[in-house]
Write a new protein. Sequence first.
Length: 371
Amino acid sequence: MSKPIYVTEPSLPPLEEFIPYLKRIWDNKWLTNNGEFHQEFETRLAEYLGVKYVSLFTNGMIALQVGMQALRITGEVITTPFTFVATPHAIHWNNCQPVFCDIEPETFTMDPDKVEALITPRTTAIMPVHVYGNPCCNGELKQIADTYGLKLFYDAAHGFGVKKDGVSVCNWGDLSMLSFHATKVFNTFEGGALVTNDEKMKSRIDFLKNFGFADEVTVVAPGSNGKMDEFRAAYGLLQLERVDGEIVKRKRVAEHYRQALKEVPGIQILHDQVGIQHNYAYFPVRIHAEQYGMSRDGLYDRLKERNIMSRRYFYPLCSDFPTYRSLPSAMPSNLPVATKIAQEILCLPMFADLREEMQQLIINEIYVHAK
Ligand code: T4K
């Protein structure tokens, strides 16, 4: 059987380009704790994103956890069930309670019209997710956050390179978290970042990601250890030079899917939004079983038999996991849109080096099962 086609495949720079960076790390024997590559990567990333400050992290999950501490979030946090489980887990690890809000049917992001009804005296923050890189309705969410004095902390794990009207979505809210996991548009093997335009927030985050140390003998808060090491910071510098080209290649893959699948009954495709520079992080489609002739799970299984590993991100909904399902906001009747989309969604393989003949295999298999 041929090699599986996975939902994603990381892009790596040529190994020989990384060797000089490794040599330098070996020579300096400076491996972590705010080394030269770490400092340079933070600066270059802030320039790339058009933001004031970036704090690098060892992964996105720790960045989320530390970001909540930095913002002093307590009590209840309004979030989306249609996300990777890291989002509610970060809330849970901060001894807070996630309150699940339904999503919009077009973008799958938090529905701002449903937020106000979920606010209680215990609510201190809203944590929306730019799921698949689709930007949330920042204007409405910010207005609600401002009106009720809530923090707005974006899980922008999928949002690298996404811009609205030429401005990175990482400029939105009090804080944004990026993930640089191997499966992301921009990867540093594992990695992540918190992004802010507030200088004081940047230094608070930097204390908190280094055990709370402000200097050699002063611990200002019960911090964690979220630091990115020199290996990944150096690799990130190299990746930064390539990422725009990778996004262009992803766009080509997305356009080919859209063109090829547009006539298939029951396959609903997401289109680019006006004014948004997308990153094509994922290629989600909705399978409408009656029109298509097969359920989402049916197609998922058929593709798998052909060694095509699509994924049902984000099924089950986070609100259906044992830790969360007894919460009042987790009831499926409160989350009708998310519940429906979680049953219909399928992420097709999407990565920069998805060759045309591989993509054609996927498209053919989808056609074969159509009514
Ligand atoms: N918030 C959101 C909204 C997120 O989506 C995530 C992470 C986070 C927060 C937390 O950020 P991090 O702490 O991860 O930085 C993956 C990733 O592990 C996870 O990072 C990601 N979201 C989530 C959506 O997807 P899995 O369990 O689906 O990964 P896995 O190992 O099944 O990989 C998927 C496919 O990718 C594999 O079938 C093959 C391919 N692959 C994977 C890896 C790891 C490769 O080709 N090479 C690789 O090295 O969770």
